[in-house]
Design a protein around this ligand. Structure first.
Ligand code: AMP
Length: 191
């Protein structure tokens, strides 16, 4: 733990609607990983963060991403209906993808202009294809995401920021080639 652990969410420069959501969720203080990772990620650049499940790691990566999406759309205009997300979160399992999406939806409860879609195996294609139109944040498992990219139902060349959640488990589950393919398809990103 560092002395930053005592800094509040407000002093991190997060947008007001995110601070309202944080308060609404009952988070009074950032957890240690949030105190370290949020200010760092808000500065930009590439980061590797190692933290246990239950430590608040999901909000640690979601809050800077959501803040960037809000900064890019300060008036909260509706997102055009294209399947071209700016933020992509990869998860090794459907369960984790659903959990991350649910956390993101809770965090944008008071924000405008952010649409979240979940892409994962085992769900009907048609429903997913209509959901990703106009989504600026997509949470996905790698295989189904590549299927949709190969069939041109989604474009990844507007992705500015890519998160690989539970990267160690991704590799254990054999997703290395898929991650490399997604890395290539989104190679123009800046974080
Ligand atoms: P995670 O490590 O992302 O799986 O988060 C574990 C749990 O901690 C989730 O239920 C979050 O809602 C909760 N949580 C995340 N950040 C905070 C915080 N700053 N204060 C209290 N609870 C939190």
């Amino acid at each position: 733990m560092t002395e930053q652990t005592n800094s509040s969410f407000a002093s991190m420069g997060l947008a007001a609607p995110l601070l309202t959501a944080i308060e609404n969720l009952g988070f009074t203080q950032p957890t240690p990983v949030q105190a370290e990772a949020i200010p760092a990620a808000l500065q930009g650049g590439d980061w590797m963060v190692s933290s246990q499940t239950g430590s608040g790691k999901t909000a640690a990566f979601l809050l800077p991403l959501l803040n960037q999406l809000m900064a890019a759309n300060p008036n909260g205009k509706p997102v055009p209906g294209r399947a071209e997300p700016q933020v992509l979160v990869l998860c090794p399992t459907r369960e984790l993808a659903q959990q991350v999406s649910a956390d993101a939806i809770n965090l944008v409860k008071f924000s405008r202009g952010i649409r979240i879609a979940t892409i994962m195996g085992g769900m009907p294609y048609g429903k997913q294809i209509s959901q990703i139109k106009g989504a600026n944040l997509v949470v996905a498992t790698p295989g189904r995401l590549l299927d949709l990219s190969n069939s041109r139902a989604i474009r990844l060349d507007k992705v500015k920021c890519l998160i690989v959640d539970e990267a160690d488990r991704m590799l254990d589950l054999g997703f290395q080639d898929d991650i490399e393919a997604i890395h290539e398809l989104s190679s123009q990103r800046n974080q």
